[in-house]
Design a protein around this ligand. Structure first.
Ligand SMILES: NC(=O)c1ccc[n+]([C@@H]2O[C@H](COP(=O)([O-])OP(=O)(O)OC[C@H]3O[C@@H](n4cnc5c(N)ncnc54)[C@H](OP(=O)(O)O)[C@@H]3O)[C@@H](O)[C@H]2O)c1
Length: 276
């Protein structure tokens, strides 16, 4: 049973990762992202998801510093971008992310997209883990065949796979593969980039529980043991998206959301390596 906003799941190396975090893609530096992170921390979020590609790590760092919250109470994740992949360039990209975020370690560092250079990138990730500069390492947007390749060459298997996951794109076999291999799954675009409000089933189930379609979509993920990072820059929505720990979807409701799968991607195709 999920108790509260601080609920965690345990990664393969024992690190506890909050099930709910704040997404920040397209939250711009110089106002939006600082306000969003400040609101999220006030509401009780402790996990923030960013990436060098988002161009907002410095703003996130400022908001974190201003919050006065102890670093050890936070869970901060960033990602190495496509043109930073490779061994030396990943180590350099990681240092730049640390500087911008104003921290001396990350809780989670992720490979943003599978690329030809990913085996070398992964060796750098393993080194960062060995050196204690990052508490956990993982990948994003890896399909089963990408994971199989990585597992063949890696010394430390990825602890997380963060990929597009919502009612229209469920990829059940990929979820099963990750679970079997102790790779925690984290959903991006959990709100279907805002389109959850267009899905009548989510609206209907929401009415039954006195919840919004966004809250139903997020709760559906959590009840499958999937972590998630909804993005908003609005304080009311940031609070709404976290208010998902006081109700339970029953088996019938879980099944009817399961039937909404249409294999529809709202973001890039992983086999194209994150060409936006
Ligand atoms: N690893 C990867 O390759 C990857 C790719 C994409 C995203 N991500 C991460 O995952 C996070 C989430 O994904 P996402 O940002 O693409 O999509 P998302 O979280 O599904 O949707 C964000 C959109 O939904 C709106 N929204 C927020 N709360 C809402 C609510 N309660 N009701 C209705 N609409 C709401 C937001 O608008 P407002 O901001 O105006 O409220 C925004 O337009 C990203 O921010 C990023 O951190 C990772």
């Amino acid at each position: 049973m999920l108790e509260n906003i601080g609920a965690t799941l345990q990664l393969a190396n024992g690190v506890l990762m909050p099930l709910l975090g704040l997404g920040t893609y397209k939250s711009t530096e110089g106002g939006d992202v600082e306000r969003a992170v400040t609101s999220a921390l006030e509401v009780g979020y402790r996990r923030i998801d960013t990436a060098s590609f988002y161009g907002n790590e410095s703003g996130i760092g400022s908001a974190i510093t201003a919050s006065g919250i102890d670093r050890s109470d936070l869970f901060i994740a960033s990602k190495v971008w496509n043109d930073e992949q490779g061994y030396e360039s990943t180590l350099a990209a990681f240092s730049r992310s640390l500087d911008r975020l104003g921290t001396d370690y990350l809780d989670l560092y992720l490979v943003h997209w599978p690329r030809r250079e990913t085996p070398d990138t992964w060796k750098a990730m393993e080194r960062l883990l060995d050196e204690g500069l990052v508490r956990a390492i993982g990948v994003c947007n890896h399909l089963e065949h990408h994971l199989e390749d990585l597992l063949l060459t890696s010394r430390v298997p990825p602890m997380v796979n963060q990929y597009e996951f919502h009612p229209w794109l469920q990829q059940r076999p990929l979820l099963g593969y990750c679970m079997e291999n102790h790779i925690a799954v984290e959903a991006w675009a959990p709100l279907m980039r805002g389109r959850v409000t267009e899905v009548p089933e989510l609206v209907l189930i929401g009415r039954r529980h006195g919840k919004s379609p966004a809250q139903i979509a997020l709760r559906w993920l959590l009840q499958q043991g999937v972590a998630t990072i909804p993005k908003s820059v609005h304080r009311d929505r940031i609070a709404e998206n976290a208010d998902i720990f006081d109700f339970t979807l029953d088996d019938g409701e879980m099944r009817s959301i399961g039937l909404l799968d249409r294999g529809t991607r709202l973001g890039p195709e992983p086999d194209l390596g994150g060409q936006l």
